[in-house]
Design a protein around this ligand. Sequence first.
Ligand code: ACO
Length: 322
Amino acid sequence: MRAKIIGTGSCLPDRCVTNEYLSTIMDTSDEWIKSRTGIRERHLVSSETETTLTLAVKAAKAALADSGVLPEELGLILVATVSSDFITPSTACMVQKELGASHAAAFDINAACSGFLFALNTVDAYFQAGIYQTALIIGVETLSKIIDWKDRSTCVLFGDGAGAVVVKAAEEGLIASLQGSDGSGGDILICKNRTNNNPYISTGTDPDFLYMDGQEVFKFAVKKEPECINALLKQAGFDASDVTYYLLHQANFRIIASIARKLKLPLEKFPSNVSHCGNTSAASIPILLDEVHREGKLSEGDLLLLSGFGAGLTWGAALLRW
Ligand code: ACO
């Protein structure tokens, strides 16, 4: 049995922050951000009632409603995030409590922007092993809390949000997938955790913010993602043109356009929401999937290819039948 997505949901924070607004609080411009990334606006949490947990729960409830699955039917809840509210308990356990999904095992996955794909692969492996039959996967981030708002080269790129899918074990769903990691490249996109001030060591007082070498990440993405997509298509025995839609991690529209060019495919096959969401890391693929689904663009039997790259470094791709 394979993982079949049977419901989607998403949630963006209420506050929409435009490039124009950012240009009033830092030295940047709509033109600079738009021309380099395609981003026009992003949503950021702006009250204590909007957290990683509350965004995740809203997205999860929407996905459950879309699927018709009840919380108590869930066997597994996986949350992909690098910006959980607590170190422990995991966001997944907190979601389980909020939903009343009392039969579900729950844990978080940290694979940065590839996290949703790693979670989908994990669920699929559990399904193939016959351990679970129904799962909830959430990609959620409140990256705005780990970003240095004085660093204009990173803070304009990211947004907050959550996307979720309900997945059932079925004869047809996920067809093939690939995932990979290269820890040796980890320092080009990095965010350290809290410091250690035990009786023997003192490494400081403040946790670091996210650091990114934008150009190195760009080079990595435009090389690795098409390689990964081509390898997956070859493994599954499909041509690039067989795929109905490519739902790629939404980091930068120039990266998406570069991948479309490398695959010799029209941009129409690459739906994008980076213009109004920015880069929402692990949430970006499930938010995009939910938007495309709710816009009525998907038909039963469509072939979807999901792919992304992220900190770690990590990358992944999944080919599935809708
Ligand atoms: N507004 C105005 N100017 C800026 C800003 C800003 N927000 N940020 C940087 N600049 C300036 C820089 O200071 C620099 O000025 P200088 O030439 O006087 O030194 C100039 O703009 C050019 O900076 P670059 O870093 O060379 O700009 P580049 O064209 O490389 O674009 C960008 C930067 C958009 C970050 C690009 O490198 C990129 O898209 N990289 C990939 C980012 C990405 O996808 N990250 C993924 C994030 S995490 C994940 O999803 C896994």
